[in-house]
Design a protein. Sequence first.
Length: 536
Amino acid sequence: MKPAHPDRSAQPLLVIGWDGATPELVEAWMEDGSLPHLAALRARGCYAPLRSVLPPLSPAAWTTSITGLNPGRHGIWDFGHLVPGTYRVDPTDARQRQGASLWEIAEAAGLSAAVLNVPMSHPSGELMRSAFVPGLGAAKLEGATWPRALATQLMAEIPDYQIDCNSFEHADPADFLEQLMAMTRARGKAVQLLLETRQPDLLMAVFTATDRVQHAFWRQSSLPWTDGARLGWRFSSAIKDVYVLLDEILGRLVQQAGEQATVMVVSDHGFGDLEGDLYLNGVLEEMGLLSVRRAGRLRERVRKTLPKRLRPLLNSSGADYRGDFGDIEWAETRAFSRGLLGNIWLNLRGRQPHGQVEPGPEAEQLLSSISDHLLALKDPQEPDRPLVSAVFRGSDLYWGPMAGQAPDLVVVPRDYLWMTRSGCEIGPPGVITAEPAVRHTGNHRMNGILVAGGPGILQDVELAQLRLLDLCPTALALLGVEVPRGLDGLPMEDMLSCAVGWTDVLPSRTPVTTTEPAPGDSGLEQQLRNIGYLAP
């Protein structure tokens, strides 16, 4: 029988996110000594791949990790969301999130937390014992931290601190890497500052440099399985350099937290090759299910002749940052796609303003027809292989009060070699695939990582693949907090050295109070362009 959890005051928990950290890379680099601190953490505990959510995209994935809820309950799938009853797409932030976060549940149990740069966690509600520094989604620190004065303290101590950095698309490789490494060092200092000044029971911080560098340099980099031909490129070690820097920061954090701390290093997804962009709306148009106005085609042709820095000027104004949607003839459209990794909605009567598809048998038949057509498509790079490996019904993947906002179909391009990049959902007539709209060569994969060690973790245990959904209840168990039975995730008991307590009480999330303008005016659109998630 596992012992009850010891006194919490002596055993803090650190949850360190390496956004996009990839199992194949960390396994090889722990083995060859390149990541000694991560390997030492594994030696004190355990390691396993961590299965992400569908789609494996940071908004859905990180929100799932901090709530222990599936997207049908927490309500976040992508960087943008369809506003119910309209065709407008607004940027997503934490105002759309349902369900309490890990740190809010910890606060309700009387513990303190320090949270730094967790994507899509901004804006925060009022925290009584905890500190909060926003991540992607916040335009600036001022007015976005909790307590509010923390922004001033952070910038005074670490003046080069950044929420995110400009992307490879807008800078030469040397400048981009210099920004990325500087941002990462500053973030490491910020985490150390919070550990020193707040001494929290729970610290959660996410480092995004792994995601940014892998998007930009995946195919150009020297990786464990490449033949060495890439070594002649000046930046062939860029990805490994970022991992090594994060490992150095991890070593400092583990030393500062002390042997009494339990430490978890997690990622929200992994990475692999990117072939190009997939125009699902082009597929739907070829099927006769979507109609585009001629003016929209003209706008696209003009847009592609402009310098990339000027192309956003042709997008629709206001919060609808996917300007192509204004070019769809809705009265002649039965299905449409939007988002980064393959989502399709029916233009449903009673749900969309100009719905053309009757709910019930007609909708079911159309969904089956679209699925069959997609699964029959061939990869243009490898014609003997499928372009799409799976098509799921949203109703089969998601459950809960927000499931009605889920896509009707979730499309999985084969191995995620293709992505449906936001801001260019409609390509030229007859074009289904194309070169990436930005200079990305890497894309997300379903498996991330979990490395954990410390007093709360068993050593040398054989673990099956774990789920990102289970991170929040596992962290609560490590904190000695009773795990709400109402969560969708479950504690990873096979790796825990202490017993798990349970409760029927599911805390509600802290109300968000912010003076920030409505989504769309917050600067998220420009952040997404900066990191290449929106087409320029």
